[in-house]
Write a protein of this length. Structure first.
Length: 338
């Protein structure tokens, strides 16, 4: 049995993918590592094949045409055989001690037939040049050492939201809810985390620093200049999330609040990128985005615009250029600007 499938989307990842693979290998035959080669033009495929030959039954390469990060995740999920599914980006890695603790807990879930839909753990910002690493934990928000439901959660801080780095989903649940990420689109990790939430019934939090999130490459997708250049994709992802659900129909009040706050973060990030670009066309896109939310879900629009963000930033103002240092600081913490 494969307890966890680790999918590693790779595009021209020859310089760092081995670190990601090596960090998972200590789990041995209990896991499978799917190296998804997303049409790379460097030695990514060859490196993956070498690991596949060295670790048959553990490492497997999936070669596909280039479709972007989300499409690589789709390919990994479609071939996943593990009870749980975890995405590890090719420039990130996992902590061995935390990995073994999570694996042992998954084995316990399977043995006792008490498999939960979502496992949450901590992640660490591995930022270049930073001596002290920032750890995002949830011990003040989520019950520990017990299975819980959405109505049992507390209130999240602004930089505590559940990202792809901190979540492990039950594979069958992801397949049943028909998760499918857009092709050739950045920032779809937000969809990956957001879309399955109403389908999650049971959760388990482990207070271990599992995922190591590397920040520092100049071409990285969370580099501020890169994000401004891809603002259209950020807005597309935000609109996609807005259109997914009528939030008033979400039965759990706490989950509904969490999802509204998540949209508030997305609206903040999209708006700030448009403002920071100092481009008139992008400022118009920002205004159109807020109109889109207002039309799709006025109640959520009102809560975000006049409640959550009302005291934080001047979003729909005429100039569209004012943004408080507080709002910008929040956005930097959330998305880890370089």
């Amino acid at each position: 049995m494969k307890y966890i499938t680790f999918a590693i989307p790779c595009y021209n990842s020859e310089k760092y993918m081995e670190h990601a693979i090596n960090s998972i290998l200590p789990a041995g035959e209990d896991v499978e590592i799917l190296v998804v080669n997303d049409g790379s033009k460097d030695q990514t495929a060859e490196i993956g094949k070498r690991y596949e030959a060295m670790y048959p039954g553990i490492v497997r390469v999936i070669d596909k045409e280039n479709g972007g990060h989300g499409d690589a995740v789709n390919a990994g999920l479609s071939q996943a055989s593990g009870v749980y599914f975890k995405v590890v980006d090719s420039d990130d890695w996992v902590d061995e001690e935390a990995l073994m603790k999570i694996l042992n807990k998954v084995k316990e879930f399977v043995r006792t037939e008490s498999v939960v839909d979502m496992i949450i753990s901590n992640y660490v910002y591995e930022k270049v040049g930073m001596e002290h690493k920032k750890v995002i934990h949830y011990r003040n928000v989520l019950p520990q050492n017990e299975v819980f439901r959405w109505d049992d959660i507390g209130s999240f801080h602004l930089d505590q939201y559940i990202l792809m780095h901190s979540v492990i989903y039950r594979t069958e649940m992801l397949k049943l809810c028909q998760l499918k990420l857009p092709k050739h689109t950045f920032y779809v990790d937000n969809i990956y985390v957001y879309y399955p939430l109403p389908h999650v019934r049971t959760l388990y939090y482990m207070d271990v620093d599992f995922y190591r999130y590397f920040i520092g490459r100049e071409d990285q997708s969370v580099n501020e200049k890169v994000m401004i250049g891809r603002v259209d994709q950020q807005i597309f992802v935000t609109k996609t999330m807005i259109s997914m659900y009528e939030l008033r129909l979400i039965p759990s009040k706490k989950l509904r609040k969490y999802m509204i706050n998540y949209l508030a973060i997305m609206m903040t990030v999209s708006s700030i990128l448009c403002i920071r670009s100092k481009d008139k066309e992008n400022l118009e896109k920002k205004r159109e985005l807020w109109k889109y939310l207002k039309k799709k879900d006025y109640k959520t629009y009102f809560k975000i615009r006049h409640g959550i963000l009302g005291q934080t930033m001047n979003l729909p103002g005429r100039s569209g250029r004012k943004v408080s240092s507080m709002a910008y600081s929040v956005a930097r913490r959330i998305i880890g600007f370089n």
